[in-house]
Design a protein around this ligand. Structure first.
Ligand code: N01
Length: 539
C-alpha cells in the first residue's frame, strides 16, 4: 500500500452522487456487507431533483413507475398526489427514502469529489475531495448523473450583464421573484418548455430565445384519489415486472398496430387515441417504426405539427414553433401544459435565434441581429454535457495513471454497456454512455437494474477472493460495434441533440444511449452475470 493509501480513510466502496442511483447504490452495497462512503456536492439527497428546482420542473414518467421497488413497505406507505408529480414532491420522496433507510449517514454532503486515482499495486482507488478528504476504496461507483453537468454556452460579453443569470440546473433554493420582471429564457428543450409555460403568467415580459423547435405532447396529469393509489399499490408487483420487460422501462411498449395499412380516417383516429393518453406513450408506446422508418416518422411528425399549429393564434409565430429540421421523436419529446398558449399572450415574445442570432449580452440585456432586448433576468435552459460531463469533470485516472478525460478525448468515448470502462478496474457507472439509461429509458427502471448488476458483480469479486474486475478490450469493442449497429438502424443519428453529443462543441458525435431496448440490455447483463462475467478481466 502506498503512503497515500495507508493514510487514507479505508472503505470498501466510494459512491459519488446522492441521486436516485447513488442512494440505491449505498443501500445495495451495504446489503452486500460493504463499508461505504458517499460524497455529494449538494446539501442533501435528490440529485437531479435537488438541483433542478426551476419553476415547472416535473417528471415526464408516471409517478407509479418513477420509484424504488426494493421495499414493499415503502411502496405501501408513499402516496403520490398526481400522475406526473412536480419537483418538490419527487424531492420529498427521495428525502423520505433517505430517512427511512438511513442513507444520509453514509453520505458526506457539500463535498465535491475532485479526483479518483487507481493504484495498480494496491488495486484500490484513492478518492480526494474539495474538503481535503482522502479515502481509499476497493470499488468506485460513479453515480454522477447523466444530465448533471450544466452547459453554459459562451455568449459574447455574458459577464457584462448587470441583471441575474440562472441556469435551470442550478436553481436557487430560495426561489426567484418574477413579478413585473423582464425575463429572457434561452433554450426550448424539455426544461425550457416547463419554465416558459410556468412563468409566462407571472412575469412582466417574457422573451423566449429558441434555436430548434421541438415536437411535444400535451401532458394529461390527473390528481390521484385514495382509490387510484390503492389500485396502483395493489398492482405494484406486476408493474415492477412490466417495466423490466419493455423497450424503454415504461409500462407501455411498442404495439403491433399496422398504422400504414389503415385508411386516413382510421390512422388519424389511432394517432389521436395515442396522443390523448397525454404521456410519452405517443412516442415510445406507439409503433417502433416511428424511430426506424422515414415514412412512418413523417406521419407522426405531420400529426404533431398540425396539433401545434392549431393552438397558436399568430401563424408567423406558429411557423417558428413548428419543427422544420428533424423528424418526430429523433430528439427527446417533452410533455407540455399550455406551452403554446403562452405565445398567445401579449407579454410573451418568441425570438428565433436561427433567424436573428444572439450577438452579445449587454449591460441591460441581450442583443440579437434584430436589436437589443432589455432584461432583468436571463434563464439558461441550455441543457447539459450529457452522459460524460459529470464523469470527466472529476480527474479520474485508471491503470498506469491514464486520464479518463484524455482517453475519451483521444480515443472517443468508450464503455462496456455504460457500466465499466476498459482500463479502469473496479470503477462502475450509472446512466453513462452506451446503456439505455443514458437516454432511452424511464430512468429509475434502468438505474435500479444497473445498480443491482453492479452490486452483484462487486459481491462476486469479493466472494471469489479476487481484487479487481474490468471489461476486456474485446468485449468493450464488441459492445461498441453492436451499439453503433443498433443506433444506425434508427433515425436518431440524423438529428442534432444531446442524444448525439452534438450540443457540446468538440464532443465526438455518437448516439449516447443504447437503442436496442432496455429489456434486451437487461438480458445481456443477466447473461454476463450468469456466465460469471465472461470477457472481463478478473484479477
Ligand atoms: O436541455 P436540452 P434540457 N443558443 O439540451 C438550447 C431531461 N429533462 O435541460 O435544440 C441558443 O434538451 C438548445 O437549442 P438546440 C430530458 O431528458 C427531463 O431542456 O440545441 N440556444 C435547446 O433548446 C431532457 O431531454 C424533464 O438548437 C441554445 C436547449 O438550449 C434533458 O433533461 C424535464 C444554445 C437545451 O435543451 C435535457 O433537457 C427537463 C445556444 N448557444 C429535462 N445552447 C422531465 O422529465 C443550447 N441551446 C420533465
Amino acid at each position: 500500500m502506498s503512503q497515500v493509501q495507508s493514510a487514507a480513510k479505508q472503505v470498501d466502496a466510494v459512491v459519488v452522487g446522492a441521486g436516485f442511483a447513488g442512494m440505491y447504490g449505498i443501500q445495495r452495497l451495504r446489503e452486500k456487507g460493504l463499508k461505504v462512503q458517499g460524497f455529494e456536492a449538494g446539501h442533501s439527497v435528490g440529485g437531479t431533483w435537488y438541483w433542478n428546482r426551476y419553476p415547472g420542473a416535473r417528471v415526464d414518467s408516471q409517478a407509479y413507475i418513477y420509484q424504488y421497488w426494493f421495499s414493499d413497505e415503502l411502496i405501501k406507505e408513499w402516496d403520490w398526489s398526481e400522475r406526473f408529480p412536480a419537483q418538490p414532491e419527487t424531492e420529498k420522496y427521495l428525502n423520505h427514502v433517505a430517512d427511512k433507510f438511513e442513507i444520509r449517514k453514509d453520505f458526506q454532503f457539500e463535498t465535491k469529489v475532485e479526483a479518483a486515482k487507481w493504484d495498480d499495486g494496491a488495486k484500490r482507488w484513492t478518492v480526494t475531495t474539495d474538503k481535503g478528504d482522502v479515502v481509499s476504496a476497493q470499488f468506485l461507483l460513479m453515480s454522477t448523473g447523466g444530465l448533471s453537468a450544466p452547459l453554459v454556452p459562451p455568449f459574447k460579453h455574458h459577464e457584462k450583464f448587470k441583471g441575474q443569470i440562472i441556469h435551470t440546473g442550478r436553481w436557487p433554493k430560495e426561489g426567484v421573484d418574477f413579478a413585473g420582471k423582464k425575463v429572457g429564457v434561452i433554450g426550448t428543450g424539455a426544461t425550457g418548455i416547463q419554465v416558459v409555460q410556468t412563468i409566462a403568467p407571472q412575469v412582466g415580459q417574457l422573451t423566449v430565445y429558441q434555436r430548434t423547435a421541438n415536437y411535444t405532447i400535451p401532458m394529461r396529469n390527473p390528481k390521484y384519489d385514495d382509490a387510484d393509489r390503492a389500485g396502483l399499490k395493489a398492482g405494484a408487483k406486476a408493474m415492477h415486472k412490466r417495466v423490466n420487460s419493455t423497450f424503454a422501462g415504461f409500462d407501455y411498449d411498442w404495439q403491433a398496430t399496422d398504422l400504414m395499412a389503415m385508411d386516413p380516417e382510421a390512422r388519424e383516429a389511432q394517432l389521436n387515441e395515442w396522443f390523448a393518453d397525454g404521456s410519452l406513450g405517443f412516442w415510445i408506446g406507439s409503433i417502433q417504426g416511428v424511430l426506424m422508418d422515414e415514412s412512418i416518422n413523417a406521419v407522426f411528425s405531420d400529426f404533431v405539427k398540425r396539433k401545434i399549429r392549431a393552438r397558436v393564434h399568430d401563424p408567423k409565430v406558429a411557423d417558428l414553433l413548428v419543427p422544420d429540421d428533424h423528424g418526430f421523436g429523433t430528439r427527446r419529446v417533452p410533455l407540455e401544459t399550455k406551452y403554446y398558449e403562452a405565445f398567445n399572450q401579449p407579454n410573451v415574445k418568441l425570438v428565433s435565434v436561427k433567424k436573428t442570432p444572439i450577438v452579445e449580452f449587454t449591460e441591460r440585456g441581450i442583443r440579437t441581429t434584430e436589436g437589443e432586448q432589455e432584461l432583468d433576468i436571463v434563464i439558461f435552459a441550455t441543457g447539459f454535457d450529457a452522459g460524460t460531463g459529470a464523469l470527466t469533470r472529476v480527474d479520474v485516472r485508471g491503470e498506469g495513471g491514464q486520464s479518463l478525460r484524455d482517453d475519451w478525448n483521444q480515443h472517443g468515448i468508450h464503455t462496456t454497456m455504460g457500466l465499466q470502462v476498459h482500463g479502469y478496474p473496479n470503477m462502475f457507472m450509472t446512466m453513462a454512455p452506451y446503456s439505455p439509461a443514458a437516454a432511452f429509458c424511464n430512468v429509475p427502471t434502468c438505474l435500479q437494474q444497473q445498480v443491482d448488476w453492479i452490486a452483484d458483480c462487486v459481491d462476486y469479486v469479493r466472494k471469489t477472493g479476487k481484487q479487481a474486475i474490468q471489461p476486456g478490450a474485446e468485449i468493450e469493442n464488441n459492445w461498441l460495434a453492436h451499439h453503433d449497429e443498433v443506433a444506425n438502424l434508427t433515425l436518431v443519428p440524423k438529428t442534432n441533440s444531446w442524444y448525439m453529443g452534438s450540443n457540446v462543441e468538440g464532443k465526438p458525435r455518437r448516439l449516447l444511449a443504447y437503442a436496442g431496448g432496455a429489456q434486451n440490455y437487461r438480458a445481456v447483463c443477466d447473461d454476463l452475470k450468469a456466465k460469471q462475467y465472461q470477457g472481463f478481466e478478473i484479477a
